[in-house]
Design a binder for this molecule. Structure first.
Ligand code: ARG
Length: 457
């Protein structure tokens, strides 16, 4: 007998029964479903809808169901429709017919969204913990490399020298914003739907605030119909995961190249690489490639949720059962990715000599040279052209830009020509960029410290 079977003459079509069931995935909400059910039966007892003694029996019965579910894996295998039916059926085995009272005036429409909100809230907290470890590892590496010059890239071409710490701080700050997005989303997730019934609210005198308090919700939903039908909180969560995953993928992409033989700026911890079945020399950055790859999965989950919601009429529709797997999938990808990234970053070895050697490329000083000429009075656009011509001349003759500039500027700009040692020194170049947010070591140290501080909120 299904829990809704009263007006049915027979059971459902076998194939449809399987198609309709969500227990294979919504069993992940068991702890949340039981916590919410406990709060609900207590509220029933408090308002006199059922005797307090019955509420206590139900409350304890729910604990028994949970404990057995944890201890006995087989206990969870039951041919039920969903996690809500599972709890009700198992509760019936513990407390008999009284189990039916746990459902007094309560709809699965409010149960499913209550459990999902609790689950998302807990997951946000775990994810933020993991993210904190990634940022902390980046900041630590960045502080260690705050003075280490390396090439900075635009269009994947060496552009201007920066410090390794500057690069690390850039990625750290993007992740700080992801943390802030998750924190913001948490506030809108953390709202209690219970007391909404199927869509119209409840005729019982349930103390919604007390239920919210017990479950750690910060507010009660202000409209029962909205509460059961909307999943914007899930979209926000998955959207924050998608942005986070995009940032992690970019970081992974950078480290894949920086650790490769062309750059050799860092070495990946061996435990996060894998060998090749054919080529004995390989240590492949599979961990980072998977983090990058999982971004596609989370993007898909976000589109899946948005598409699911678009065009639904007001009220609960069974379409909404499809929300959970997208949420779980995005969460699993993000949780896994932050854990792996924290390990990879903490275990990275920096290769300052390789970074420094690459940062000595003379053409990266071209912009600094043009600025120096302009500061001596030459209009910048003209200075840009003069240095551009020097670059072309040096390339054509296969000569060093520095020597070419020494010759070319001796007459026209002797003051700049006299400072070429300094202007072609990458350490000098980064030290000069000392504004807040710039790549000078002191500015970088401050930025890195700021990133850690911003995470505390
Ligand atoms: N398994 C369902 C879901 O995930 C629970 C809600 C069912 N409610 C209903 N009216 N059929 O959405």
């Amino acid at each position: 007998m299904k829990l809704w079977g009263g007006n049915y003459s027979a059971g459902p079509d076998a194939a449809f029964w399987e198609f309709n069931r969500s227990f294979s995935f919504d069993r992940r909400l068991l702890a949340e479903e039981i916590a919410a059910s406990k709060a609900f039966v207590r509220a029933l007892g408090r308002c006199g809808a059922i005797p307090v003694a019955d509420a206590e029996t139900l409350d304890r019965g729910l604990d028994t169901v949970f404990e057995r579910s944890l201890k006995e894996p087989d206990y969870r295998d039951l041919d039920v429709e969903d996690v809500h039916s599972f709890v009700e059926e198992r509760l019936g085995e513990v407390v008999g017919d009284l189990a039916g009272q746990a459902h007094l005036g309560r709809s699965r429409n409010e149960q499913t969204v209550t459990a999902l909100r609790l689950w998302v809230r807990g997951t946000i907290d775990r994810l933020r913990g993991g993210l904190r470890a990634v940022v902390a590892a980046l900041v630590e590496q960045g502080q260690a490399g705050a003075d280490t010059v390396m090439p900075g890239f635009t269009h994947t071409r060496a552009a201007e020298p920066v410090t390794f710490g500057h690069f690390a701080a850039a990625h750290a700050w993007a992740l700080v914003r992801d943390d802030q997005r998750l924190r913001d989303a948490r506030g809108r997730v953390n709202v209690l739907p219970l007391g909404s019934g199927a869509l119209a609210g409840s005729a019982l005198d349930l103390d919604r605030k007390a239920m919210a308090h017990e479950l750690g919700f910060e507010a009660v939903s202000p409209n029962a119909l909205d509460a059961v039908m909307d999943r914007d909180f899930a979209v926000e969560f998955v959207s924050a995961c998608a942005m986070l995953q995009t940032h992690l993928a970019r970081l992974a992409e950078d480290f894949i190249h920086f650790a490769g033989p062309e750059h050799g700026f860092v070495e990946l911890p061996e435990a996060f690489t894998t060998g090749s079945s054919l080529m004995p020399q390989k240590k492949n950055p599979d961990s980072l490639e998977l983090v990058r790859g999982k971004a596609a999965r989370v993007d898909g989950d976000l589109v899946r949720l948005l598409a699911l919601l678009k065009g639904l009429p007001a009220g609960y529709q069974k379409d909404l059962q499809e929300d959970k797997e997208a949420v779980f999938d995005a969460a699993d990808a993000a949780l896994g990715s932050v854990a792996i990234m924290a390990g990879v970053i903490a275990g990275l070895s920096q290769r300052p000599d390789a970074m420094r050697a690459a940062a000595a490329g003379e053409e990266m000083m071209a912009a600094g040279l043009a600025v120096a000429l302009a500061r001596e009075g030459m209009p910048f656009r003209k200075a840009h052209g003069v240095v551009g011509a020097l670059v072309a001349e040096a390339r054509k003759g296969g000569r060093s830009l520095r020597d070419t500039a020494a010759k070319g500027l001796k007459e026209t700009s002797p003051a700049v020509a006299a400072r070429l040692d300094q202007l072609f020194d990458p350490d000098e170049a980064v030290r000069a960029k000392s504004l807040p947010g710039g790549t000078a070591p002191d500015a970088v140290r401050a930025s890195l410290a700021g990133a850690l501080e911003a995470l505390q909120g």
